[in-house]
Design a protein around this ligand. Structure first.
Ligand code: KG4
Ligand code: ZN
Length: 340
């Protein structure tokens, strides 16, 4: 079974081809960061226009590299939401049109389900049920994943997502966009414990989190004293990582899941990875991460989610092709609305 995956929810154009037996056959990613960097953030209209420019050449390159003809696919999977509506619609239009032309079904995939399933690309003995910590630019959520499509939200950030907090704090430190990776690099040179920032909401019960106050704490610290930027970056990274690790430990205790999955762009952060590894080891729970390039947005996770959905589908593929003929995308789409 072969599924082409197309991701266009934000500022990365990702295309990948997966096979149920051979795994990932080819994948390409075009990142628009240079395009948006001058504006200090993603400009939605520019993102949509650039997806239009990049998509077909990337699809062609992926199919050529794998030596696969579009008509031999079993489905085209694309990100149906959540994300920037215009960006999503470019992917949905291209995916559905290609699928229609090739005579194969098109499947709308939930972007966060793609992130959650990304560790399955590594084939390392992971299976449902598990607890997932999803940490991206738009979401910070603890999800109990019982089975494919059976997800419940245990806790989330009530304000900024962890990645958003990284990006905003990086801006305060004069680092470019997107700031997360740059802040992480700077933190490596910083000294631990020089500046102490709060661990938001750890003193409160429940699994919700808050990260907007940390950015304000950094701003206040910078106004009061001339801290070395690397020490500030280190203090910030440690505060975020410690908070996420402790909330994840509590979530594991609450839901009793036998495995932990960490996904989304911030899962590429080495300090967070190390903290979660130590915590999971002390709890006796195995932890699974996607490889760093599949932590951030990519087509491979969408192809994989499409493949898993197709394998689980009770509809015949010709019925699936007719199931949702219209081109649609959802800017907002709670993960818990999915069904097995
Ligand atoms: O999952 P993703 O590519 O996009 C969304 O779906 O949001 O995540 C992007 C986020 C950005 O906020 C970026 O700054 C952050 O992930 N990020 C990192 C690192 N790499 C990416 N944050 C901290 N450390 C990193 N190494
Ligand atoms: Zn994402």
């Amino acid at each position: 079974m072969k599924v082409l995956g197309i991701e266009t929810s934000c500022d990365e154009t990702g295309v990948a081809l997966i096979d149920d037996r051979e795994g990932l056959l080819a994948h390409r990613l075009y990142s628009q960061t240079d395009l948006h960097a001058v504006y200090g953030g993603v400009v939605p209209e520019l993102a949509s226009r650039d997806h239009i420019r990049r998509l077909l050449p990337l699809v062609r390159a992926v199919l050529d590299e794998a030596g696969v003809d579009g008509r031999d696919l079993d489905a085209v999977a694309y990100t149906g939401g959540p994300g920037l509506l215009g960006a999503l619609l470019t992917g949905a239009s291209v995916a559905r049109s290609l699928a229609w032309g090739w005579g194969v079904p098109a499947l709308a995939v939930h972007h966060l389900e793609g992130h959650l399933l990304a560790p399955f690309l590594e084939d390392a003995g992971l299976d449902f049920p598990f607890l997932a910590l999803l940490v991206s630019g738009g979401h910070t959520q603890l999800i109990h994943a019982r089975a494919l499509g059976d997800y419940s939200l245990l806790g989330e950030s009530i304000d900024d997502a962890a990645g958003e907090a990284f990006d905003k704090t990086a801006k305060l430190l004069g680092l470019g966009y997107p700031g997360g990776p740059a802040l992480a690099r700077l933190a490596e040179q910083g000294e631990s414990g020089v500046l102490r920032l709060p661990r938001p909401m750890l003193d409160r019960p429940g699994l919700d989190m808050s990260f907007s106050g940390l950015k304000t704490a950094v701003l206040t610290a910078l106004q009061k004293q001339d801290w070395r930027p690397e020490d500030v970056a280190r203090a910030f990274e440690e505060a975020v990582a410690e908070t996420l690790v402790e909330k994840t430990r509590r979530a594991l205790a609450q839901c009793g899941a036998p495995a932990l999955v960490v996904a989304g762009g911030v899962a590429a952060n080495q300090t967070l990875r190390a903290g979660l590894r130590d915590m999971a080891a002390s709890e006796g729970v195995p932890v699974f991460f996607p490889r760093p390039e599949f932590c951030t947005d990519n087509g491979a996770m969408i192809a994989l989610a499409g493949l898993r959905r197709l394998q689980a589908a009770t509809l015949r593929t010709d019925e699936l092709a007719l199931a949702a003929p219209e081109i649609a995308a959802r800017a907002r789409w709670p993960l818990a609305e999915l069904t097995p």
